[in-house]
Design a protein around this ligand. Structure first.
Ligand SMILES: Nc1ncnc2c1ncn2[C@@H]1O[C@H](COP(=O)(O)OP(=O)(O)OP(=O)(O)O)[C@@H](O)[C@H]1O
Ligand SMILES: [Mg+2]
Length: 390
């Protein structure tokens, strides 16, 4: 597996300085990166809301904010992202104070070379990871975002999409919990070749009021990618109804334990699924571009609306399973359902199978495949609440 490119947000209002930083980064040996550049604090805060960054390079003097205040606002918005302050010689004091307040490092402009910058970035990311663990265990996080995935019908690829979206977020160093919130056999364990010691079913014997962080944490498994998983029931005996208050307690409990909760929801409508949907910040409706899938998606989208899902909080994920056979165009599907398409997944039967054989999510098993790139694009769009331009 090749090293992921580091996602950098550069906040710098001087175009000359921004250009220089980019050149210096390009010269850094072995550093792969993507960089977004913004000039104002307001734009930086917006970017941090919409996109996933590994590190922020922050000039403290911006047109709409000055000094330590600039750092404080960025840190308040995204404490999970490490910040390196860029400063001129004149305002080194503010930079030192920023480091005292939580910035990982500061660098003096004009004295930065590629080795220094690359090392500072790598250290900042590594150090911040520790801090994030502490934040997490102290429960300091605000409520995480809940992203729910529901299939138009069975077998369309809902679990595949949910697992890969969760894995992508986790591999971006976010804290993520994937939950298989269904009353009957969960398929994730087989897909991941994992034998969970505990699963959802033991939570379903509890009163909703008793479903707290401790009870939830005891049922989570942690995968090699760092992704935590609440597996669904595993045996016939495990099969148990989920009540709406239990579903609500589980979703909200998990949301208090991670930055992102990804729900793999069953397609059959129920009170529990309705409750989980109501507590989701975004719903991905997964379907195939085929007439039967479209007919089923009409029914599902009807339920989603009845459960209070708004058009802007929902997107279609269109999975294509065979090179031939998809009969309906994306635009047609979108118009028919009155919902926007947030992503597609190219046919990947062989890749899905070979990933399953080793128990790895497709995006880790074949990161350079078209399907993996589709999945990471759709994750980005969901986080930014953007749809595909059709
Ligand atoms: N893009 C794709 N191309 C080909 N096959 C795929 C694709 N995505 C998923 N599959 C395969 O389709 C099958 C069903 O996928 P998955 O289990 O994700 O669907 P589901 O909607 O969650 O099903 P269920 O209703 O059982 O929960 C799996 O064998 C999976 O590997
Ligand atoms: Mg499934």
């Amino acid at each position: 597996m090749s090293e992921k490119s580091i996602q950098i947000l550069l906040v710098e209002d001087n175009p000359g300085d921004a250009r220089l930083i980019r050149e210096i980064l390009r010269e850094a040996p072995g550093l792969r990166f993507d960089m977004a550049v913004v000039e104002r604090l307001s734009q930086a805060l917006q970017q941090l809301e919409e996109k996933l960054f590994d590190v922020v390079l922050l000039d403290l003097s911006l047109p709409d904010s000055q000094g330590l205040d600039t750092f404080d606002k960025v840190y308040a918005r995204a404490p999970q992202v490490p910040v390196i302050v860029l400063t001129g010689l004149a305002d080194e004091t503010a930079a030192v104070r920023a480091v005292q307040s939580g910035a990982e490092d500061y660098l003096v402009k004009g004295r930065i070379d590629s080795e220094l910058l690359a090392r500072s970035i790598r250290y900042a990311i590594a150090r911040h990871e520790k801090l994030r663990d502490t934040l997490e265990s102290a429960g300091t996080y605000q409520r995480g975002q809940v992203l729910g995935f529901i299939g138009a019908k069975g077998g369309v690829g809902t679990t595949t999409v949910a697992l890969n979206v969760a894995t992508i977020l986790a591999s971006r160093r976010h804290s993520v919990i994937l939950a298989e919130l269904r009353p009957f056999l969960g398929t994730l364990a087989a897909v991941l070749r994992h034998t969970p010691a505990r699963n959802l079913s033991q939570l379903l014997t509890l009163d909703p009021a008793a479903i707290n962080q401790r009870e939830l944490a005891a049922r989570l498994a942690t995968l090699a990618s760092g992704l935590r998983v609440l597996f669904g029931p595993q045996t016939a005996e495990d099969t148990a109804d989920i009540t709406a208050p239990q579903a609500e307690a589980i979703v909200e409990g998990l949301a208090s334990m991670a930055e992102y909760v990804v729900l793999d929801l069953p397609w059959i409508p129920s009170e529990a699924t309705a409750a989980a949907v109501r507590h989701s910040d975004y719903i991905g409706l997964v379907l195939q571009a085929e007439p039967d899938s479209l007919a089923a998606a009409r029914v599902t989208s009807h339920f989603l609306r009845a459960w209070g899902v708004k058009e802007e909080g929902c997107g279609l994920v269109v999975v294509s399973k065979a090179l031939v056979g998809d009969t309906l165009g994306l635009k047609y599907v979108s118009e028919q359902l009155g919902l926007r398409v947030v992503g597609v997944m190219a046919p990947a039967a062989d890749l899905c199978l070979s990933a399953q054989l080793v128990g790895e999510p497709l995006v880790l098993h074949q990161p350079d495949s078209i399907a993996a790139s589709n999945l990471s694009d759709l994750t980005e769009r969901i986080i930014a609440r953007r749809s595909m331009g059709l």
